[in-house]
Structure formats: structure tokens, C-alpha cells
Design a protein. Structure first.
Length: 430
């Protein structure tokens, strides 16, 4: 069986968790390959809402083994809190169901303190980080000074590593940022407690995934964030510190490209983002409020992790074409189609204009992107509530036309369409 990959095709928050949950019903293994607890994946089953940050969305299925891959950075305190919350609701998070790569790097209180100090220093130039230590943890990883989860199996070496780590970062915190130092002994004691609980979950994840594939088991790779937050291919510097693209799935799990089957992009029927940076189709006023919602509903456009209101705009096909090229998408899942119900005319960006010249690609330079004016096609909307529709043929004609238009513009099929927050509020288009 192949490795199938789920990719965020916009700026994150596309609904990857619910798509992973849907596809996990036919998978044997779900493996998370990038990011940290800056991700927020929401899975809604009936009246139950599960908000996941580190644990793969497949954990809700009791027949699925879940793996946190080497490309993820892990805050063990957050992970254990998430595990305990799931266990309290009857979800099995034992080592048989949840495994952690020995190669995954750990987030410490020193990383979180540095993240906050750096963002405060940036002032008006702040990137909009979630302040969870993600960037500093990846910085330590790349500079070869990070702490890997495998040390949970060696208490003595873990204690020494934590002591040295905190002391080194205290130098920066106190002398550069004028912050109070952290107590290395307290941090080391906390990590010793984390190690006792998490050590049984450690595996060589690349080996486990390879064995699963060789034995004909289905593996689903779950990403975090989205293509436009990729460290190389996103709107740098307003990006995350990892690679949430298809290439990141391979390096983040320890497998090669020949095992890949389908690469499914996930995109909303409109566009959103959190944080700073250019956003060509961004809306304000009444239409922005119409797409964003008030925040009273979990389905509204407020961050699962931060709670911050998301910026919203019309669907941007330039962005989706960029995601298609970077990831070699084979199909697309379209989420939140129901939000467009009741809008008389729906705009779709099909290109950009700069100084009277049309371009059809996504610029790498943010100054250029900031000057881009969207070129729109306008499609007729539909008035009907579609949240109870389960058959594509039963959608209003204009809703069908919208989905088909997106598919034709992108050049890939759209087999999954969500029309509401619930697991069952999904149309599977044959």
C-alpha cells in the first residue's frame, strides 16, 4: 500500500484535521510529519469536538495507529495534557496506539521564553508567531544543539542535556533580552517526570512506517499549517519554521518518494490567514464579517490554537496553483462550501496585475506580492442551505458549478467537499 499525504494548500487552517479523520477510517497508520503544537486540528463527531495540536487526527479511530514523526517538535507538557484529555474521553492513547519518533526534537521552557522575547523585541515588525517555542526549537535542531525525544529513555543523559540547554539559553535571555533566567533544576525535574510517561511510546518511526508499507498497510501522512507557511515556499518571513509541503512529509517521516500514492491538498472555498503579510484577495467590512463569523461558533474563523480572528478573502487560484506545483497535488478536498450559501455573487481570483501587467504565478518577493491586484472571475451564488446535502447531484446548480470551476481551474479532481463542521457533513464525489 502507498503512503498518501494530506497537504494544506493555503495559509493553514484549511480543515486538514477533519479530512484526516475522514480518510483515517480507511487507513492503518496516521503519521504527523511537521510542525508542533502551533497546529490546531478540529474533529467534530456529533456533539463531540476534539481539538488536537500534536496528536494525529486519526487517534479518534480505535483501529488506527498514530505516529508523531521526526519532523515534529514536541512540547512534552502539551502532549501529555492532550493525551490525558483524550484518555478522559475514552480515547486509547497507549503506546500501542500512539508512538513518538526518537528523532523528534523537544520544545523546552527556554524555547518558549526566547520566542516571546524575540517577538517582543520585533515590536511592530512582529511575525505573529504563536509564542509556543516552535521557531527556537527548530533553530536549535538546525544548529545541532537540540534535544531529541530519544533521550527520554536515558534519564541521566536527559538531565545533563536539559541542564546545559537551560544554562546556555539563560545567557541569551539575561544578557540580550534582559529577561529573568529559568531554573535549570526545575526544568530538569519536570522533564524527568515527562520521560517516565513518554519513554514507552518511543520508536524508530521511519522503520515502523517502512515496515507498515512493506506489509501492505495503508499509511496516511498528516501535515500541519499550509503551503504558504512553508519555510522555503511560503510568504517568508511570515512563515512557520518547518516544511508543511510534500517534501517535508518525506523528510519528516523518513521515507523516500517512491512510496507516495495520492497527495491531497485541502483548501477552503475561500481564503484565510492569521498573522502579518500581504494577502491579495483580503476583504474587510460586511463581507469579511460574513465569511469570518462572530466567533460564537467553533466553525467560525478564529484560530484553534491562538483564538485570533483570521483574515479572510475570496478564493485565490494563484495560491492553489502554487500549492499544486510545489506539492504535485493529485486531488483537492474543498472545505466550508456551506459558508458561501446566501452570497449573491462569488468572486474567484484567477491572476494578479502589477502595473498593468498580468502574472499568473505567486511571487516569491513580498514587496512584489504586496503590489499585486487580484483579477477576478465572478460566479453566481446560491441561496439554499446546503449543510444537510450528502450527494453532489443534490447541491444547487450554482454550487455544483462553483466546485467544478475550481476543479477545472486547478486541473485536479475534487472528491471531498465539506458542507459543515461535523464528520457526517461531507459529500464524497465519485
Amino acid at each position: 500500500m502507498p503512503l498518501n499525504i494530506i497537504i494544506g494548500a493555503q495559509w493553514g487552517d484549511e480543515g486538514k484535521g477533519r479530512i484526516t479523520d475522514l480518510l483515517a477510517a480507511k487507513a492503518d497508520v496516521v503519521a504527523r510529519y511537521s510542525g508542533g503544537d502551533n497546529a490546531g486540528h478540529t474533529v467534530t463527531i456529533g456533539a463531540d469536538v476534539f481539538k488536537l495540536h500534536l496528536i494525529p487526527s486519526g487517534i479518534i479511530h480505535d483501529t488506527v495507529a498514530c505516529i508523531i514523526g521526526n519532523g515534529v517538535v514536541i512540547n512534552p507538557k502539551v502532549l501529555l495534557h492532550e493525551m490525558d484529555a483524550l484518555a478522559a474521553r475514552g480515547v486509547d492513547v497507549s503506546p500501542a496506539c500512539l508512538q513518538i519518533s526518537r528523532r523528534a526534537h523537544l520544545i523546552t521552557p527556554a524555547h518558549i521564553a526566547l520566542d516571546k522575547a524575540k517577538e517582543m523585541q520585533r515590536g511592530a515588525e512582529a511575525i505573529g508567531t504563536t509564542l509556543r517555542g516552535i521557531g527556537p526549537a527548530y533553530t536549535d535542531k538546525i544548529s545541532r544543539t537540540g534535544i531529541r525525544a530519544g533521550l527520554f529513555a536515558d534519564p541521566e543523559e536527559l538531565a545533563e542535556a536539559i541542564q546545559a540547554h537551560v544554562e546556555a539559553h539563560n545567557e541569551v535571555l539575561t544578557k540580550i533580552y534582559n529577561m529573568e533566567p529559568l531554573d535549570a533544576n526545575v526544568v530538569a525535574a519536570d522533564f524527568a517526570a515527562y520521560a517516565q510517561r513518554l519513554a514507552p511510546h518511543l520508536v524508530d518511526s521511519g522503520v515502523v512506517i517502512d515496515e507498515a508499507l512493506r506489509n501492505g498497510r495503508s499509511v496516511l501522512a498528516e501535515g500541519a499549517q499550509g503551503t504558504l507557511l512553508d519555510i522555503d515556499h511560503g510568504t517568508y518571513p511570515f512563515v512557520t519554521s518547518s516544511a508543511p509541503t510534500a517534501g517535508g512529509a518525506l523528510t519528516g517521516l523518513g521515507v523516500g518518494p517512491k512510496v507516495v500514492g495520492e497527495i491531497m491538498g485541502v483548501a477552503k472555498a475561500f481564503t484565510t490567514r492569521v498573522g502579518s503579510g500581504p494577502f491579495p484577495t483580503e476583504l474587510d467590512g460586511d463581507m469579511a464579517m460574513r465569511l469570518r463569523g462572530t466567533g460564537a461558533n467553533p466553525w467560525d474563523e478564529y484560530g484553534t490554537t491562538t483564538g485570533r480572528p483570521r483574515r479572510v478573502g475570496w478564493l485565490d487560484m494563484v495560491i492553489l496553483r502554487h500549492a499544486h506545483r510545489v506539492n504535485s497535488l493529485t486531488e483537492l478536498a474543498l472545505t466550508k462550501l456551506d459558508i458561501l450559501s446566501g452570497i449573491p455573487e462569488i468572486k474567484v481570483c484567477v491572476g494578479y496585475e502589477i502595473d498593468g501587467v498580468r502574472i499568473d504565478y505567486f511571487p516569491s518577493d513580498l514587496r512584489t506580492l504586496a503590489r499585486c491586484q487580484p483579477i477576478y472571475d465572478t460566479l453566481p451564488g446560491w441561496q439554499e442551505d446546503i449543510m444537510d446535502v450528502r450527494d453532489f447531484a443534490q447541491l444547487p446548480a450554482n454550487a455544483q458549478a462553483y466546485v467544478n470551476y475550481v476543479s477545472e481551474q486547478l486541473g485536479v479532481p475534487i472528491p471531498i467537499i465539506s458542507v459543515g463542521p461535523g464528520r457526517a457533513q461531507t459529500i464524497l464525489k465519485g
